[in-house]
Each structure stands twice: as C-alpha cells, then as structure tokens.
Design a protein around this ligand. Sequence first.
Ligand SMILES: [Zn+2]
Length: 134
Amino acid sequence: MNRYCLSCGKRLRKEETLCPSCHFDNAEEKIKELDIHEYKRLCYEKTTKDRVLRNRSYAFYVIGTVLLILATVFFVLSFRYNLRHRVFTPDSVEFVFCVLFFAGSLFFLIDASVLLLPSLFRERYFRSLLKKRK
Ligand SMILES: [Zn+2]
C-alpha cells in the first residue's frame, strides 16, 4: 500500500519517514506520540480534500461524456448524401465540430482520471490510519 505524509498528504517513497516536502517526521513512534485529536484532524483533513477532488473528477467525467456524445453526433452529421450514397466530408463544418468536441472530451476524461486515481488511494490510506487509532 502507498504511504503518504500525515502533515501535507504528499506520497512517501518506501522506507521514507521524513517528508521531503514539509519535513514532517512520519516515523511510527513519532506518529504514536501525536495527540489523538491532532492525529484525527490531520487524517480527516486529507480525506475531505480527496473527497472534493473525487467529486470534481466525477463532474469532469460527465462533461467529457457529454462532449463525446456531441462529437459522435457531429461525426454522423459530417456524412452528406450524394445521389443516395453517404459521403464522408472531412472538410465540412460538422467535422470540425466533431474534432473539437472529441479533443475537449479527451481532455476532460484524461484530467478526471489523473485526479481520481491518486485521490482514491490516498483516501483509502488515511481511512485505514483512522481505523488504526480509535
Ligand atoms: Zn509532508
């Protein structure tokens, strides 16, 4: 399981106890010495932050999906009828819209995943820390 700094939430490398970012000592003995209220406050602070990130990433998934649907609609519209034959017209305005919506959709979907995955792991880690000390 990944480990994170209790103070700033940055990911720690294996065996690393001193946070390279905020210099907080994450050694187990040090953390056990922390006041229980302070400990819980730090954990809750991180899980709340990750919940906000997660909700934002869900919103990004919705926007990305809507843009993907619009891109598909415009892709279909970029086919023109020419004497009963459907002809794909890449130089049409519809196709330009299709490409724009598709690029926007990719941007939102990738951004959502970049936000979501690390925040899921971090939130799980701090929830497990909360369970450890009750
Ligand atoms: Zn830190």
